[in-house]
Design a binder for this molecule. Structure first.
Ligand SMILES: Cc1ncc(COP(=O)(O)O)c(C=O)c1O
Length: 381
């Protein structure tokens, strides 16, 4: 029996009943009417003339071209569309890994991604380290974890739940290491559309064996379309991934292809809205954290999708999150949900979602609860 999927189980236990969702990592959704308003004439024609036969298994050429246009130097045939990032990653691991291989996985990581590797080969975890400016990857630790049979390095950057992103020097060092050792560098980059600052280029743009996994699920608020992709300059990898994908699903949803194209072609307008919502919510959360220094320690984060403060209360982050859901109808995620078989992950943190329009009301409710449950201080004198 497989290990239970801790995060999914926690969400399905609480999301249907809680009033305030500070758990989700996807941005406020984009509605059909908004997409149709943003659509150019070509997409409107596609939408009105839509048929529902089998489609190109790689994704429509115009959709793949729109994805490639978000990269530097990639073309239509450097992209393979999949049903979300999760399917994309499963296809990449199926294409690259055999039982004789070894992989390095940067922790923490989304549980299905870790399992997509560990189901296929031996793996070692390399944890992100907390430093003054945030969570960082030490490339020397990746180098130390390599074995002669190591075939790939997998990471999720910007990272959930820590909010870490690769700075340009670390990215360059990592690419240099992978190139020296002939490794594939697989980056789950689903949180790339709402960076808190700057942002690093996708690994597919940096390295000939860089494999970028991405989707419209997070910063575009379009998880329900189930459109994701693999971008890579190595066509043989994409052919092997397509071989794996053809065994899972024959093609994308016809309606989703057109709607995804509308979203990608609308310049940067959808992620820009998501970033504006995230910035407003981040400012509110920062103020809340400062009002409750005995409960929270601020933690810098490179993404506007969520924050990752340390919880300082004596009961610990996991107990606090659970009690908060029960007593105040507010859902936040304890970092222990990212537990891994490959190594330790932080257990004293909360992941607090910043992407939704409902977050201000949820943060007000959290503030009220923190005041109501604050330990009474001894009276002076
Ligand atoms: C890091 C990470 N990767 C992948 C996924 C799955 O993305 P998708 O919905 O596009 O399959 C998630 C969803 O929560 C995620 O957090």
């Amino acid at each position: 029996m497989r290990e239970p999927f801790a995060l999914a189980n926690y969400l399905s236990r609480w999301i249907p009943t809680v009033r305030h969702d500070l758990a989700s990592s996807d941005s406020e959704t984009t509605r059909l009417t908004d997409l149709l308003d943003l659509a150019g004439p070509d997409d409107r024609d596609r939408w009105h003339g839509l048929g529902f036969g089998y489609l190109d298994p790689r994704g429509a050429a115009w959709l793949r071209a729109a994805v490639a246009a978000r990269h530097g130097g990639l073309g239509t045939d450097d992209v393979l569309c999949c049903a979300g990032a999760q399917e994309a990653l499963a296809c990449v691991t199926a294409a690259l890994l055999t039982p004789a291989d070894h992989a390095v996985v940067v922790l923490p990581i989304y549980q299905p991604s870790e399992e997509a590797v560990t189901a296929r080969c031996a793996a070692s975890g390399v944890p992100l380290r907390e430093e003054a400016g945030g969570w960082r990857l030490d490339v020397a630790e990746v180098a130390a974890a390599l074995r002669p049979e190591t075939r790939l390095v997998l990471m999720n950057m910007p990272n959930s739940p820590t909010g870490a992103a690769l700075d340009p020097e670390t990215a360059a060092d990592l690419v240099a290491l992978c190139r020296r050792r002939g490794l594939w560098l697989v980056g789950d980059e689903v949180y790339r559309h709402t960076p808190a600052r700057g942002g690093t280029p996708p690994v597919a743009d940096l390295y000939e064996r860089g494999v970028s996994i991405d989707s419209l699920s997070k910063g575009f608020g379009l998880a329900g379309l189930r459109v994701g992709w693999i971008a890579c300059r190595d066509r043989s990898l994409l052919a092997a991934a397509l071989n794996a994908k053809n065994r899972m699903s024959s093609c994308l949803s016809a309606a989703s292809e057109v709607l995804a194209h509308m979203a990608l072609r609308a310049d940067d307008r959808i992620p820009a809205r998501s970033r504006a919502i995230g910035e407003g919510n981040r400012a509110r959360l920062d103020a809340l954290v400062l009002r409750h220094p005995d409960r929270f320690e601020p933690g810098p984060s490179d993404t506007l999708a969520f924050a990752f403060p340390r919880y300082r209360g004596p009961e610990g982050a996991e107990r606090f999150a659970h009690d908060l859901a029960r007593r105040a109808d507010i859902l936040v995620l304890p970092s222990s949900l990212w537990r891994s078989r490959l190594g330790p992950v932080p257990t004293d943190r909360l992941r607090i979602g910043l992407g939704r329009l409902g977050a201000p009301a949820a943060l007000d409710a959290l503030d009220a609860d923190l005041h109501a449950t604050a330990p009474r201080r001894a009276m002076a004198g």
